[in-house]
Ligand binder design. Structure first.
Ligand code: ADP
Ligand code: MG
Length: 270
């Protein structure tokens, strides 16, 4: 079983990329599970054809951990992909990171973490203990950073590198960086900037995903691009990403940058 996690800043395109990656992997006949670890809880929505599935945290609040069954938290979407949403606390109360920890505890108890590939879709703005959970305890062995060329998304990606580097020093740790996915924001020189960023953190850009209106059109139709427009160029990009992830042998321990290094790197590409 391969477990991978996509981390990045909020709104950068993690869920779009994760769902299309999962769909492309499922199209290859693989048994896939996708776990949304973002309080926004819309990671698996396109795989579920627009349905908002109940979140683990909502169920835990409603029923308590002990009485929840697998059928209440794991839902089958496109091509049988098993979808889970961790959810988030009620605004102003509780801690989102703890919710993710609760999700892992529940899925462990239910023995529900299985498949050929598990894709974790994780918010990376704050890499607190809870949000780092998927890369701890031997869950995700490969972390992919989703970023555009915007400084704030590179900043978030760099922070995630700090967490990976720290956790990789642990004896039992199996987590490493699998690569950088550039989800384009249509910024000039973006591809070159993200490639250079990836090189400086001791990794590589594994995919360049163009900004394409087909993503929104598929979304309005409540589907991934893979399902809605399988013959589109964008679907080809997601399929190539899926192949790249499956064949990836370039796992590294990242070397995060200092803030001034990151800023001067961004300046080089202005
Ligand atoms: P995140 O999960 O990181 O918060 P989402 O995947 O929800 O981000 O993406 C945010 C918005 O950006 C969505 O409305 C999505 O349609 C759009 N989007 C993401 N990737 C692309 C892309 N490559 N081309 C066009 N729109 C995109
Ligand atoms: Mg998301």
């Amino acid at each position: 079983m391969k477990q991978i996690a996509l981390y990045g800043k909020g709104g950068i395109g993690k869920s779009t990329t994760s769902a299309n990656l999962s769909a492309a992997l499922a199209d290859r006949g693989l048994d896939i599970m996708q776990i949304g670890c973002d309080p926004k809880h819309d990671s698996t929505r396109m795989l579920m054809h627009g349905t908002w599935i109940p979140t683990v945290l909502d169920l835990v609040r409603e029923k308590g951990d002990e009485s929840i069954s697998a059928e209440q938290v794991v839902f089958e979407g496109y091509r049988g992909i098993r979808c889970v949403e961790a959810g988030g606390p009620e605004p102003g109360v509780g801690c989102a990171g703890r919710g993710i920890i609760a999700t892992f505890q529940l899925l462990e108890r239910l023995d529900a973490l299985r498949g050929d590939v598990i894709v974790y879709d994780v918010l990376g703005d704050v890499v607190c203990g809870g949000f780092a959970m998927p890369m701890r305890e031997g869950y995700a062995q490969e972390i992919y950073l989703v970023t555009s060329g915007e400084l704030m998304s590179l900043y978030a990606a760099n922070n995630i590198c700090k967490a990976i580097a720290r956790l990789s020093r642990r004896v039992r740790s199996k987590c490493a960086l699998g690569g950088v996915i550039c989800n384009s924001a249509n910024i000039a020189e973006e591809q070159a900037l993200v490639e250079e960023f990836a090189r400086r953190i001791n990794s590589r850009m594994i995919a360049y995903v163009p900004r394409d209106r087909i993503v929104q059109v598929a979304e309005i139709n409540r589907q991934t691009v893979i399902e809605y427009a399988p013959d589109s160029a964008q679907a080809g990009v997601y399929r190539a990403l899926a192949a790249g992830v499956l064949e990836n042998t370039g796992l590294t321990i990242p070397t995060p940058l200092e803030m001034d290094e990151l800023e001067s790197l961004a300046l080089e590409f202005v």
